[in-house]
Design a binder for this molecule. Structure first.
Ligand code: TXA
Ligand code: MG
Length: 356
């Protein structure tokens, strides 16, 4: 099957392309589309056969449940039941936007979507192309990130094609995504708990909900990392093995730079994922370097994170050394993604005499 690509300007949406894509969804097909976080791989969430095709196209194991996308919180009753009163508060603050809520599953949602479970993950995306598509289809849209299982989430149309060309009917190209990391997944079944840090910060949620726990399967406390090398962590791309350095800026720099020079001496092509502030310390070294922006500007870091990792892979890096960006705000989601990419290879560098 050839994948048809429609280029859709988010500020002047081509209604004909949206109608054609919605028609594909309603006839059981797969459509990749931009959301504000990453590109999603969509199917009609109420069509079990269509949903199964998502798992096949992604080569995703059936035990990993999907997020259902709605155009408005008013549609929540179509996919969830026993909706806690808290939800209207959360929706008012964060929808449309990068927050996914886990709720009791509505009877019409096939078990294929929820991996057999009695809960369903739901969000209302903020991207105009996503909204137009879901609205035109008139059904809830199940959509995981539009990558093959085990790879990085796609933040532009080319990333989607790299993984899924020929496996999906349509790709709506709406340009690069804005947030760059996936949505925050918050369970509201029982005590609220963050299952996956993402585009809505822990602090923003805690301002409304009070102190929240972050699931251990997500970001482990740094002390535990070396003792549990990736046991619970899903390893995913980049293709090159990645090592994450956590510590003060100067301690991280000293550690990854000496390691990079060691690799260089043994003729191994090493790629560095750094911040703008690190660049002066790398000047004059003949190293493969990608910066994701200023460490003070985590929105930019999150937006550029996955494409920077893909760029290092594309440049042939045999190993990637990445710096950390702390756990404040979007830092927590960035830490989570880098920790997973590292598959537990995390080095906590003791503080040096730090000057900054
Ligand atoms: O930003 C995003 O969330 C993107 C865009 C496309 O919306 N989607 C995305 O989907 O990242 P995916 O499938 O790559 O990640 C969904 C996450 C997985 O970690 C999955 O285990 C979790 O949400 N999830 C889905 N349904 C769940 C449920 N019922 N209970 C607990 N976790 C669930
Ligand atoms: Mg994913």
């Amino acid at each position: 099957m050839a994948t048809t690509v429609f280029t859709v300007d988010p500020t002047a949406i081509n209604g004909e392309f949206i109608q054609r894509a919605a028609g594909v969804l309603l006839s059981g097909g797969l459509v990749a589309f931009p959301t504000e976080t990453v590109y999603g791989l969509g199917a009609n969430a109420l069509d079990a056969l269509a949903v199964r095709r998502i798992f096949a196209a992604k080569e995703r194991p059936a035990y990993d449940p999907l997020i259902v996308h709605l155009v408005d919180v008013a549609d929540l009753g179509r996919v969830a039941r026993d909706i806690p009163p808290l939800v209207s508060d959360m929706a008012a603050h964060f929808w449309p936007g990068p927050l996914t809520l886990v709720l009791p599953r509505g009877a019409d949602v096939p078990l294929e979507v929820t991996a057999g479970g009695e809960t369903v993950a739901v969000r209302v995306p903020a991207h105009p192309v996503a909204q137009a598509l879901i609205c035109a289809a008139g059904v809830p849209i199940a959509a995981p990130s539009a990558n093959r299982f085990g790879r990085l989430s796609p933040t532009c149309a080319a990333d989607v094609l790299a993984d899924l060309d020929g496996r999906i009917e349509v790709l709506l190209d709406g340009g690069p995504t804005v947030v760059g990391v996936e949505s925050t997944v918050l369970s509201l079944v029982g005590e609220p708990v963050i299952l996956r840090p993402g585009g809505v910060s822990r602090e923003a949620l805690e301002a409304i909900l009070g102190p929240l726990t972050v699931s251990e399967r997500s970001v482990l406390p740094a002390e535990d990392l070396l003792e549990s090398p990736g046991l619970l962590l899903q390893h995913y791309a980049p293709q090159a093995p990645l090592v994450l350095y956590i510590g003060t800026p100067s301690a991280m720099r000293a550690a990854y730079l000496s390691e990079a020079l060691r690799y260089q001496q043994s003729q191994t092509l090493v790629g560095l994922l750094v911040a703008d502030e690190d660049l002066p310390f790398l000047a004059g070294q003949d190293l493969l370097v990608e910066t994701v922006g200023s460490a003070e500007d985590l929105e930019t870091v999150a937006r550029r994170l996955f494409s920077a990792l893909r760029a290092l892979d594309a440049a042939g890096a045999e190993v990637i050394l990445a710096r950390d960006f702390g756990v404040t705000g979007l830092g927590l989601a960035i830490r989570d993604r880098l920790t997973r990419a590292a598959g537990g290879r995390v080095v906590e560098v003791p503080a040096l005499e730090d000057v900054r």
